[in-house]
Write a protein that binds this ligand. Structure first.
Ligand code: SF4
Length: 269
């Protein structure tokens, strides 16, 4: 018989219990809770010996984070599509910055229109990929909605952001910074290709605003390397983002964006 999924306490017991913070979480217990929820993997604790992590996984099986990614995504899309059948398109369209056309919701993402039917199926002029589909359906079905505030906050200030900060830094901000370091024109190209706009932002060499979804504005600030100083890149969010999209969906959206920007950079080489 399959072992039940491990509890946070069971996971905590195998951790070093030093609360060193290298996993970018405030404590080993917080890390254990994130592993149990499938948001982190045991192997992301740098101080845990690999043989302990693999022994634990062999005994208990991995929580959701270790399951086949495609299967997890398919199940998630299925849940979102079931929620979509209860959405009142006429009411929600103006709230989320969409419009109605022939019974479809039409939502703009980075200058491209996506059409969504009442079963949550997507049609667009570009290829449908899970990183677009999941955040887009999550955005429509999110229980709360807020207007754009004009106030920029960091990822960790978003609700639930602290738990995801480590992954966000390693999968979104750091790779995008390296891409920008190696491709000085990339951020300007992103503005041109994805209907962005540049703004003045403190010491940033370039700061650009994008709308991956109508009421999810993000601000990418980049400082190029200078003499002995490394480059720096931070992604900020309008305060409304935390009300308009779950933190997991925000992370999925941003990591998908960075993968797409990497393809743009490849294309330019
Ligand atoms: S890196 Fe490992 S030891 Fe350090 S706080 Fe996180 S879980 Fe605990």
């Amino acid at each position: 018989m399959e072992n039940p999924a491990p509890s946070p306490l069971e996971i905590y017991k195998v951790l070093p219990q030093t609360n060193c913070g290298k996993c970018i979480l405030p404590s080993c217990l917080a890390f254990a809770a994130a592993v149990a929820a499938g948001n982190r993997k045991l192997t992301e604790c740098p101080d845990l010996a690999p043989e302990i992590a693999s022994g634990f996984a062999a005994r208990h099986g991995e929580p959701e984070g270790g399951r086949d990614r495609n299967l997890v995504q398919a199940e998630f899309v299925d849940r979102l599509q079931r929620k979509m059948t209860a959405v009142d398109f006429e009411r929600i369209a103006p709230v989320i910055g969409a419009r109605l056309d022939s019974g479809h919701l039409v939502i703009n993402s980075l200058g491209k229109d996506f059409r969504v039917d009442r079963q949550g199926n997507l049609v667009s002029e570009c290829h449908i990929i899970p990183w677009v589909q999941i955040p887009l359906l999550s955005y429509i079905t999110n229980p709360t909605h807020a207007e754009i505030s004009g106030r920029w906050i960091s990822f960790r200030e978003l609700k639930g952001g602290i738990d995801w900060q480590g992954l966000f830094t390693s999968r979104c901000e750091q790779p995008l910074r390296k891409l920008a370091d190696g491709n000085p024109d990339l951020l300007q190209d992103i503005i041109d290709l994805f209907m962005g706009r540049s703004i003045e932002w403190y010491e940033a060499d370039i700061a650009l605003v994008l709308h991956p979804l109508p009421k999810i504005p993000i601000l990418i600030c980049y400082q190029a390397p200078d003499d002995d100083l490394d480059s720096a890149l931070t992604i900020f969010f309008d305060k409304c983002c935390g009300m308009n999209l779950h933190i997991k969906a925000i992370f999925t959206l941003c990591s998908g964006l960075v993968q797409m920007f990497a393809k743009v950079a490849d294309h330019h080489r």
